[in-house]
Design a binder for this molecule. Structure first.
Ligand SMILES: Nc1ncnc2c1ncn2[C@@H]1O[C@H](COP(=O)(O)OP(=O)(O)OP(=O)(O)O)[C@@H](O)[C@H]1O
Length: 726
């Protein structure tokens, strides 16, 4: 039973008076009822019921189950990141060795100067030593106190101090005389007994000591070997000041009187070659708002724009900003050597180094099973990025390259010596189309083959495996197509649609079947990069772009909203872009610096060498030119033989060549016998019935029928010359 003196402000629903009801305790002040007539007079109405606590809006902190000691927490790594990463460890060790070596060399060269300086300072040093000794002997340090006592005419104090001084001087004089005598004795003994080298060392040390003592404080004997470039420490004050200067009203409110301020959930700490600050932005402000004002932020921090990298931390919450401020401008920072620069054989099924992140660490990219879109405004490094990816592909001798430089300036020409099909400019688009049609036919063949292989349990994921790609007879080697300025294809009035159709098919089905298509464009809009393609590519690299549409076209829908904004890059950020790999978060990456034409030539030369060894040179690389669709069906026996016969093999057995040809093109040479090769070479005037010495499968040496590689090379050269002349 509850009695109500007043009508409450929020009256819960009460059905009938005098009936069972629930009565809520409401945490509001009771207001005087406006109209007290009736209800206010005398006794209020009586309602029968039980008191029920209202539901709480803010729930207490959940206790959690299990031991109270086991808390959810973020543990800091035991080892610093540079000690865990082998690359960074090697870099640090290299730096330490370099530092030590440089310092040692610097001082070694200046040794004579240092010796001269020391000798010149010995008189001054000796004077200082004697002066110091005299001061000590005469108890000079007590003189001011004694003088003060004398000035005050404090006879007792003065007497006490003078007696003390006399005692001190006496004991110090005795000590000095003793030490002097011991020194002279040690000198004479040393002269008589110590080896000359030790004596000279003692003299040198004494001179060095006197020289050091005689050096003025502002002119040390040794010059500085290394001028430390001081990078200002990143402090929360500096960050807060810079954020406040961005002109974002919520930040200004938060920093005003009674505002929530800016939160720093972790201490600002070193991270790689820079500082990392984790920041909780005021409510309603997102990292994207800060990223849009990167240059202003850099100005507020008094750092070059290339050092300041605000990022969102989606693993936390939408208001968490990670600000990384590098010691050096990313675009000027020296990159550690690219592992593939000197040329090494790579496996496209494994991740390969593509570029470095802001912290200077290498970021790997696996090309197999992806298709790639690269977009940027002109002159930002798009072609360099595409050429780098093609060079990586070229270093896998299994990969068949199709390179198209539609701008026509020859940026992809360094790859000519390894590529299977090469197109420059927009003059021969019919030939480009013929090649792409052939690739699509190949795509269809592969799809059927993979299905069969999957049934036999050889392709467990219904895609090309490293083993399948290496089995020449299956023809499932990686095919890598690189197209720079791809909009030229898609915007073509006659062929545009077909190009789009083929490329969309390749982007969608190619990756599983070992066909990788990489498209670069300087105008990422729906026409240059059709939506069927842009929506399906799995690896995206976006250098500077101008707006949200282009950004999302290259990096994927909503990326701009999520704070992945290639619009924030500056004009000088060449080669720096957002990389969104398959299933990985977007990260800022700088492609390999200095990989210009001549450097690319060197890598390509090594790639050619690998291909010669593996016998996989084909098409354009061995002088075959595609002139029409028909050409694809042309007799290519001589070129095929050269492709499968490395230059190192001057003479080859027919049966070895036939087996290799069958691996290269099973559909053409699959059923060939050794004799058939002799017959086929006869019309070309090449003798393939020579006795050639070689070793058989059991390692035994014997003569068998074969041909000389030189004969084939000569015939091909003459044929090509004839074609050119005609
Ligand atoms: N990783 C890098 N580091 C430093 N500079 C780079 C890097 N990558 C490219 N550059 C520079 O950027 C400039 C432009 O490169 P590139 O020719 O690839 O641009 P692009 O976007 O293809 O231009 P266009 O649209 O005119 O073809 C080059 O001068 C190159 O030296």
């Amino acid at each position: 039973m509850t009695t109500h003196d007043h009508e409450p402000q929020h009256t819960p629903e009460v059905t009938e008076p005098d009936t069972e009801a629930q009565v809520f305790h409401l945490p509001v002040e009771r207001a005087e009822p406006a109209d007290t007539a009736g209800a206010g007079e005398g006794e209020g109405e009586v309602i029968e019921g039980e008191i029920v606590e209202p539901p709480q809006v803010d729930q207490p902190e959940p206790r959690g189950t299990g031991s109270a000691l086991a808390r959810t927490e973020k543990r800091e790594p035991i080892l610093p990141s540079w000690a865990k990463d082998s690359q960074e460890f090697a870099d640090t060790a290299r730096w330490a060795l370099g530092y030590a070596g440089h310092t040692a060399g610097f001082h070694a060269v200046r040794c004579p100067v240092y010796i001269a300086r020391i000798i010149a300072r010995v008189p001054q040093g000796t004077l200082r030593l004697l002066r110091g000794l005299a001061r000590w002997l005469t108890d000079a340090e007590g003189r001011p106190v004694r003088n003060a006592a004398a000035r005050r005419e404090d006879a007792t104090e003065y007497l006490k101090l003078s007696t003390q001084r006399d005692g001190r001087i006496r004991s110090r004089a005795v000590l000095t005389a003793g030490l002097g005598a011991a020194g002279i004795a040690a000198f004479l003994l040393g002269r008589a007994m110590l080896p000359e080298l030790v004596q000279w060392s003692i003299v040198a040390a004494a001179i060095g000591g006197l020289g050091w003592l005689g050096a003025p404080a502002d002119k040390p004997i040794a010059s500085r070997a290394i001028e430390a470039t001081r990078v200002p420490k990143l402090t929360s004050d500096a960050v807060t000041r810079a954020l406040a200067a961005l002109g974002i009203s919520q930040i200004n409110q938060a920093m005003g009187k009674g505002g929530e301020g800016i939160g720093y959930p972790r201490p600002i700490s070193r991270d790689g070659k820079g500082w990392r600050a984790d920041i909780d932005l005021p409510h309603g402000v997102t990292p994207g708002d800060i990223m849009d004002r990167r240059e202003k932020l850099a100005s507020g921090l008094r750092r070059p724009t290339g050092c300041v990298w605000p990022e969102s931390d989606n693993a936390e919450h939408a208001g968490r900003l990670v600000l990384w401020v590098g010691d050096q401008d990313m675009r000027k920072a020296k990159q550690s050597a690219w592992a593939l620069r000197k040329g090494v054989q790579v496996d496209l099924f494994q991740p390969q180094p593509f570029g470095t992140d802001q912290r200077g660490r290498w970021v790997d990219l696996r090309l197999m099973f992806t298709s790639v879109a690269i977009g940027a405004i002109p002159r930002m490094g798009k072609t360099f990025a595409l050429r780098e990816l093609l060079l990586i592909a070229a270093l896998d001798p299994r990969a068949e390259l199709h390179t198209y430089d539609l701008k026509g300036t020859g940026d992809l020409d360094p790859l000519e010596k390894v590529t299977h099909a090469h197109g420059v400019g927009d003059d021969d688009l019919d030939l480009h189309l013929a090649d792409m049609r052939a690739v699509r036919t190949e795509l269809r063949r592969r799809a059927k083959l993979i299905r069969q292989l999957a049934k036999q349990g050889l392709a467990p994921e219904n895609k090309v495996t490293p083993e399948l790609a290496s089995t020449k007879s299956l023809g499932l080697h990686p095919i890598v197509i690189g197209v720079d300025e791809c909009q030229v294809w898609f915007e073509h009035a006659k062929y545009g649609e077909e190009f789009e159709e083929i490329c969309t098919d390749l982007v969608k089905r190619g990756p599983a079947l070992g066909i990788i298509i990489m498209l670069a464009t300087q105008r990422p809009d729906a026409k240059s990069l059709p939506t069927g393609i842009s929506a399906n590519v799995s690896t995206r690299f976006c250098l500077k772009v101008q707006g949200q549409t282009e950004n999302d076209m290259v990096l994927g829908t909503s990326k701009y909203k999520q704070g992945v904004r290639a619009t924030t890059f500056a004009w000088a950020d060449k080669g720096i872009g957002y990389l969104v790999g398959e299933g990985s978060d977007a990260q800022i990456v700088r492609t390999v610096a200095g990989l210009d034409g001549p450097a690319a030539e060197k890598v390509a030369a090594y790639a050619r060498h690998l291909r010669e060894q593996a016998g996989t040179l084909s098409g354009h690389a061995i002088g075959e030119t595609v002139t029409s669709d028909e050409d694809h069906r042309r007799d290519t026996l001589l070129d095929d033989i050269l492709a499968v016969t490395p230059e190192t093999e001057a003479k080859v057995w027919n049966e070895t060549t036939v087996a290799r040809l069958a691996e290269l093109r099973p559909e053409v040479y699959g059923s060939w016998e050794a004799d058939q090769l002799s017959a086929a070479l006869k019309p070309h005037g090449i003798r393939a019935n020579r006795q050639v010495w070689g070793t058989d499968e059991s390692g035994e040496g014997r003569n068998r029928r074969g041909f000389h590689r030189d004969d084939i090379t000569k015939t091909v050269t003459e044929r090509d010359r004839g074609r050119e002349a005609s």
